[in-house]
Design a protein around this ligand. Structure first.
Ligand SMILES: [Fe+2]
Length: 246
């Protein structure tokens, strides 16, 4: 199992605040049979070029839990356009947080040169950024070859509020969700991510859940393109039960 989006480097950026917090996050990952985590600190925090130093000490700590840390950044658009140099793991994907930028032709055109050069984009938690119509946004993303959407486990549980939860499930059911990650800064989000996986297994076949938590993440960190897979339609009974999940 792979977490593609985690702020796990301790003492760096707004991630794990200290070594002890990082250890507790790693303990949860290990208990949940997670073997690989992308250390996706915010791109702005890397302006002083200290990412590598903090990555090295956290990666050594992670190894003692049997977990491989892979380098990554959660890019802001302006940083990505200026310094597109850190993919997710060993792949060709950039993790991109579009924040307040509308996903329109102007944005797509800015990213086309990187896309034409063989890079792809994994869009960080669109359910939190484009709440009103996440599926329409995902369709616009898909104008760029290989685009994938990354949902937060905590969004599916409703930890960011009802509207984000509704947007997250819409995206999941649309088939535009490529991976589900934690976006963890603390143990809370790691717990929520693991709980989301457990809950999804009550609704979907194992191979579908593995697709979001393992198969597609593995493709992304390995240099392959994320797959698109239709999400099975839930029965009325399961849709009703889902409303009460939290
Ligand atoms: Fe993040």
């Amino acid at each position: 199992m792979i977490d593609l989006h985690a702020h796990i480097l301790y003492g760096f950026d707004d991630g794990a605040k200290d070594r002890d917090t990082c250890c507790r996050m790693l303990e949860l990952y290990a208990a949940g049979k997670v073997d690989t985590v992308c250390a996706s600190s915010h791109s702005a925090a890397n302006i002083d070029n200290r990412y590598e130093e903090y990555f090295a000490r956290s990666a050594e700590l992670a190894a003692s839990f049997g977990i491989t840390l892979l380098p990554a950044l959660e890019y802001a658009l302006t940083d990505l356009l200026a310094h597109p140099d850190k993919h997710l793991g060993n792949g060709k994907y950039f993790l991109l947080d579009t924040a307040n930028f509308p996903v329109d032709n102007a944005l797509i055109n800015k990213l086309k040169p990187l896309n034409s050069a063989g890079n792809c984009f994994l869009w960080a938690h669109p359910e939190r950024l484009h709440i009103a119509d996440p599926v329409k946004t995902a369709r616009n993303y898909a104008l760029l070859r290989g685009s994938g959407c990354q949902l937060n486990g905590a969004s599916l549980l409703g930890l960011f509020g009802k509207e984000v939860k509704i947007a997250a499930w819409k995206l999941l059911e649309s088939g535009f969700c490529s991976v589900i990650s934690s976006d963890a800064h603390t143990t809370d989000e790691v717990n929520a991510w693991l709980k989301a996986k457990q809950q999804l297994t009550a609704f979907y076949p194992d191979d579908m859940v593995n697709f979001w938590f393992d198969t597609n993440p593995q493709r992304i960190i390995s240099g392959l393109t994320a797959e698109r897979r239709e999400t099975p339609t839930l029965s009325l009974k399961k849709r009703f039960l889902r409303l009460f999940q939290n």
